[in-house]
Ligand binder design. Structure first.
Ligand SMILES: [Zn+2]
Length: 122
């Protein structure tokens, strides 16, 4: 009885070793202060699960602990905390747009577009 069980267990583990399928991987959700959630899968026997992970979307430090992320989000520091190597990643489309054009220019463009739309209707 015991021998049979032992055999079944060892053949099972042999199988999962040979195809390294992330079926039994354990998902861990990292919450960044900006509200992004990154889910990473770790091997169930992984010795070290990092407590923080750089958010791939904005470069801020995402925390395993959602409460920690929320606390950071509540402070200006948390939201300003962006890894230097990915500082561009935290910019919104509008930020990048404003770097290239002033608000006045954008307003002119908007008026132009609106006029084009209006004339197109006629
Ligand atoms: Zn983020």
């Amino acid at each position: 009885m015991t021998a049979l069980r032992g055999h079944a267990l060892s053949s099972h583990s042999y199988e999962s070793d040979s195809n390294v399928v992330p079926l039994d991987a354990v998902p861990h959700a990292y919450h960044c202060p900006a509200g992004h959630v990154t889910t990473l899968a770790f091997h169930p026997e992984a010795e070290e699960i990092p407590e923080t992970w750089d958010c791939p979307r904005c470069g801020r430090h995402a925390h395993l602990d959602e409460t920690a992320a929320r606390r950071l989000a509540g402070s200006e520091e948390g939201l300003a905390l962006v890894s230097p190597r990915s500082s561009a990643a935290g910019k919104t489309h509008r930020d990048m747009l404003l770097e290239r054009r002033t608000t006045d220019e954008l307003e002119e463009l908007l008026i132009e577009r609106l006029q084009l739309l209006r004339t197109g209707e006629r």
